[in-house]
Design a protein around this ligand. Structure first.
Ligand code: ARG
Length: 230
């Protein structure tokens, strides 16, 4: 049962969070919620002819909130997983990510995921990287409600490494960590991001079609270039 009705609502609620560069975060100068996901969902809403409003919450509350129908849409760099597909529906993939390990500059001990057993590896609560650590390593996984705290723990030497989505780790190391954080090893998993909807949502099909159009007409590429271009 969902409370979604694509044709009727005047304004659809989009759940996201605000701590995931460069997908959704607060611009320091303007105080606005900005990012690749924000631009993409705004363009999709325009293409589909619907109005949206954002609701910001912690990432690990988004799946539950969308599946209960409290939110009509969730966009938050969310990986399409079989487990999540049991409670929510996704669009086609809109971004190809994967996990990467990073350590503090100067750490030569950890060169790849094979070196993390017995080490403290920081990540975000409820993320695919937390699951990865628990399923595939003997690391001491420490999950934080916000990924920024995970990075700060590594930079402060309280955690040995961080495991998280490659685009976020790269962006954070380049733009925020002042050269103090470096990625090590290979990208670990292939993960596709999808936009989430309550099960059976008609809006899902509308947005999925709009996504196909934006991929075909160049709008998707423009937004991609803006956030991930050189
Ligand atoms: N891709 C990972 C996942 O789906 C991490 C996503 C984190 N996104 C966020 N907005 N904080 O679990």
């Amino acid at each position: 049962a969902t409370n979604d009705d694509a044709s009727d609502k005047e304004v659809y609620t989009v759940a996201t969070d605000n701590g995931y560069v460069p997908f959704e975060f607060i611009d320091e100068d303007s105080g606005d919620l900005v990012g690749f996901d924000i631009d993409l969902i705004n363009a999709l809403a325009e293409e589909a002819g619907i109005e949206i409003e954002f609701e910001v919450l912690e990432f690990d509350g988004i799946v539950a909130g969308v599946s209960s129908g409290r939110f009509d849409v969730g966009i938050a760099g969310m990986t399409i997983t079989e487990e999540r597909q049991e409670s929510i529906d996704f669009t086609q993939p809109y971004y190809e990510a994967g996990l990467i390990l990073a350590v503090k500059e100067g750490n030569e001990e950890i060169q790849s995921i094979d070196d993390v057993d017995g080490k403290v590896v920081a990540t975000r609560t409820g993320s695919t990287s937390q699951e990865y650590l628990e399923a595939n390593t003997e690391a001491n996984a420490e999950a934080f409600p916000g990924i920024i705290e995970a990075y700060q723990n590594v930079l402060a030497g309280r955690a040995d490494a961080v495991l998280y989505d490659l685009p976020n780790v790269s962006y954070y190391s380049e733009k925020e960590a002042g050269g103090e954080l470096k990625t090590v090893g290979e990208k670990l998993t292939g993960e596709d991001y999808g936009i989430a909807f309550p099960k059976g949502s008609e809006l899902r099909d509308v947005i999925d079609d709009a996504l196909t159009s934006l991929k075909e007409n160049g709008t998707y590429d423009d937004i991609y270039e803006e956030w991930f271009g050189e």
